[in-house]
Design a protein around this ligand. Sequence first.
Ligand SMILES: NC(=O)c1ccc[n+]([C@@H]2O[C@H](COP(=O)([O-])OP(=O)(O)OC[C@H]3O[C@@H](n4cnc5c(N)ncnc54)[C@H](O)[C@@H]3O)[C@@H](O)[C@H]2O)c1
Length: 405
Amino acid sequence: MTDSPTSARSIGIGLVSVGWMGRLHSRAYSNLPIVYPELGIAPRLVHAADTAEAGRDFARDVLGYERASADYRAVLADPEVDVVSICAPNFLHAEIGIAAAQAGKPFWIEKPVGRSAVDTAAVRDAAIAAGVATSIGFNYRQPPAIQLARQLILDGSLGTITNVRGRFFGGFNADPEAPLAWRFIRELGGSGVLGDLMGHLVDLVQFLLGPIGSVTATTGTYITERPALPGSPDAGRKLPVENEDYANMLIRFDDSALASGALGTLDASWIAVGPKAEYALEIFGTEGSLRWNFEHLNDLELATRGAGGRVGYTRLVADDTFPEYARFQPGSGTPMGYDDLKTIEAKKFLLAVLGESSENSNIHDALASAQVLTAAEESAITGEWVALPVIPGHTGNTRVTEVVR
Ligand SMILES: NC(=O)c1ccc[n+]([C@@H]2O[C@H](COP(=O)([O-])OP(=O)(O)OC[C@H]3O[C@@H](n4cnc5c(N)ncnc54)[C@H](O)[C@@H]3O)[C@@H](O)[C@H]2O)c1
């Protein structure tokens, strides 16, 4: 990290994989100095890697990276790369995350950090051994409405939390003719909707309410085969889908959780016909309740006991009372978008790298989510409840102050 002539703090960015998320991370870095000028952080897009030539060309010619390579190791070996975004498919997360840690590069890695808790634990161990900062692509923590919800839960506005209901329903895999991409193959994607959407929901619930202490789950696969990818050796044939497209779990919070004693139901589907990105959460307490839905990112619905015993939901629309909202829009109610969540995430990551803040999600949070998902897979087979250890260093809301980072 160097000081530029403008005295901004220049941070060299490396990127592995230039797909949807790689492009989004890049936009987030580029937006950061505009949204947070007072931080004096100037991300410099240095080196991107993608095995696909089109990805490398896009990185250089459109995103503005100074150079691009086919092998991610060239990014990790580049002395001008200070930090790395890892946006590769899930099966590469453990290999690349461990290599980044061993190269001494702090990294911002996309969820679910590997195919199972085993992969995630290996990345966590490497990051701890190297002492590098980490951030996870848990972007649903970042909406100002969610940050406000966290404040309301912490200040006791909802009273004692009794239960939570979450559903992450997407329709992006609802077409049975959509080809068998890496996400449907266990060796490449790991679990299906558990890792893809349920992992976000589990993280969000733990971020707001504290660690989940035990889980039981059911899963189902309803689109059981899909056409092989065009151009692959099996093109023209249908091949089996190897992981679940729907998952349902019952959860009980750990005694250390802010929501100790509370129960919950969480659902996730990536084949829902109708919902597009209905990522919704309802939290109930003895004094009030709140609900939020990503399709209405800027709203938070809140019900608290009113004068005369009247109770009902009020829809709060984002304005400058929502944390960080005014950074993006001076006009109340003007909607923020998905890209903005990643800009907030980029800011928290780079501040953690600089040692100036620990508001980022971290590799311990990734493991805290992954272990719930792996336990859910186990429970779906055995039908049993699975007890979970609390992961030291996670940033979920607890009644106990933690010091591990
Ligand atoms: N945070 C979120 O909300 C969110 C949303 C979508 C995806 N994701 C996660 O982001 C990750 C990437 O997903 P995506 O949708 O961007 O995928 P994508 O399919 O759009 O892009 C994957 C890219 O990886 C490249 N690639 C494949 N093998 C490679 C290798 N060996 N080295 C370097 N690059 C390689 C491909 O060429 C492609 O450009 C996944 O882990 C996914 O779960 C997170």
